[in-house]
Design a protein. Structure first.
Length: 286
């Protein structure tokens, strides 16, 4: 995986992706006003510097914007992938009509974005809105960022698979998930859990209910801190967890001091797997 090799290899993957777009649309190069790139944070969107993302260890203080501009001779705007996706949802997607948007991407990790009146909230240095690394259990599992009990370590796709594997390791636990993993619990994925759940598997449902409950504890904190007008869930795991939105809404008052927390819509993102494309376009919008 290039993300775990060196910085040049990582940039080579970015360069190839951009060149692939030009190859498919050769007419676009002459009309290009800028290049938008979504990258994992933490990063500095003002300077285009990728700082120290846990899931992309090849880049440490890497000047991604400057390198893109050097190679392609056009301005580049870079932001956290969740920030960019949140902006796209606010401008064109499920956040249209709402002033303040809280977006969470559930996938291999958990990324979040905060939008105030169609503007990304970056914080002092550009590293704000790392909501996936908010801990709800200081005795919890170690996260890739080094902290314990981050919501990413508890509710991302890999975390769901680990929870299911641990449950299946208990004596007498019978589940279709075991067969879907080929009998090897180390190969179990969140997709296997989803397939078993949709087939009526009781243990898969139990695992996902626990995941939804943990997300609710975390979401209660986010609402008490921000009180957004809307909460939008995107990412590869969001559609699966949307089946538990009703459960999450009903439990929110237990984990939220805000007496009107249930008035805040909790919805699916519009862009789904196209979030990165829409987000990159949003970064270049005047």
């Amino acid at each position: 995986m290039c993300a775990r090799e060196d910085a040049a290899t990582g940039f080579g993957a970015v360069r190839s992706a951009i060149e692939g777009v030009f190859a498919a649309r050769p007419d676009a190069r002459g009309r290009l006003a800028g290049i938008g790139i979504c990258a994992p944070g933490p990063l500095d969107p003002r300077t285009g510097l990728v700082l120290n993302p846990p899931n992309v260890p090849c880049w440490r203080n890497f000047p991604l914007a400057a390198e893109v501009q050097r190679v392609f001779s056009v301005g580049a705007k870079i932001d956290n992938d969740a920030n960019a996706a949140a902006l796209a949802e606010a401008i064109w997607g499920s956040g249209v009509g709402f002033g303040n948007v809280f977006y969470a991407a559930l996938g291999t990790g958990i990324g979040t974005g905060i939008i105030f009146n169609q503007r990304i909230y970056h914080g002092r240095t550009g590293s704000a809105a790392e909501g996936g690394h908010v801990s709800i259990d200081y005795n919890g599992p170690r996260c890739g960022c080094g902290k314990r009990g981050c919501i990413e370590a508890l509710c991302s796709g890999p975390a769901i698979a680990l929870r299911a594997s641990a449950r299946l390791a208990e004596p007498g636990a019978e589940s279709r998930m075991r067969d879907l993993a080929g009998g090897d619990l180390k190969r179990l994925t969140a997709e296997n859990v989803a397939e078993a759940f949709h087939a009526g598997d009781a243990i898969a449902r139990e695992v996902l209910e626990t995941t939804a409950d943990l997300l609710t504890v975390w979401l209660g904190n986010m609402i008490d801190l921000l009180e957004p007008d809307v909460v939008i869930f995107g990412g590869g795991v969001a559609h699966l967890m949307s089946e538990f939105f009703t459960r999450m809404r009903s439990e929110l008052p237990t984990w939220c001091i805000n007496a009107r927390c249930t008035e805040i819509p909790v919805v699916l993102a519009k862009y789904g797997s196209d979030a990165g494309i829409a987000g990159a376009a949003a970064l270049c919008k005047p």
